[in-house]
Design a protein around this ligand. Sequence first.
Ligand code: SME
Length: 146
Amino acid sequence: MKRVLERVRETVEKDQETKSKLKDICMILHDELKGYDWVGFYLVENGELVLGPYVGKPTEHTNIDFGEGICGQAADREETFLIDDVKREQNYLSCSPKVESEIVVPIFKEGDVVGEIDIDSHQRSRFGDEDEKLLEEIAEMVGKIL
Ligand code: SME
C-alpha cells in the first residue's frame, strides 16, 4: 500500500497533463492491487458525472446523474460507498456481470465534489478499511490537481 501511494504521489507531481496523470494512476492501482479489476475516474461536468480516464473493459455508463447508481449516490451524499455484494443493491448500474464488489470515493475541491475514483472487483467483499484509507488519500491528492 505504501509503495502504491508513493507511485501515485510521484505521478501527481509529474510535469504532464492532468488526464494523463489520471490514466497513470488507474494503471498503477490496476496493476499493483489484486482484484482491482476496473479502475476509473468520473469527473463532474455540468452537474453530472462524466467518465474520465479508466483501465478495464469499456462501460456504457459514461454519464451518470447525481443519485443514480453507486457512483451517483456517493456524489450526492458526499461520502465513500463500499459495496460488498453489488447483486444486493437496488440502486446500482451494472458494467459487467462479473463484478461482485465496488468502492466509490468522492474527490473534493474546496468542499465540493468534483469527481470520484470508482473501482470494481470480480471478488466478493474485496474492499475494506485499508482500501478506503488508500483511496481517500489518493482522492485528496487528485483534488489538488483538478
Ligand atoms: N457501478 C457503477 C457504475 C459505474 S461502473 O462500475 C464502471 C454504479 O452503480 O454507479
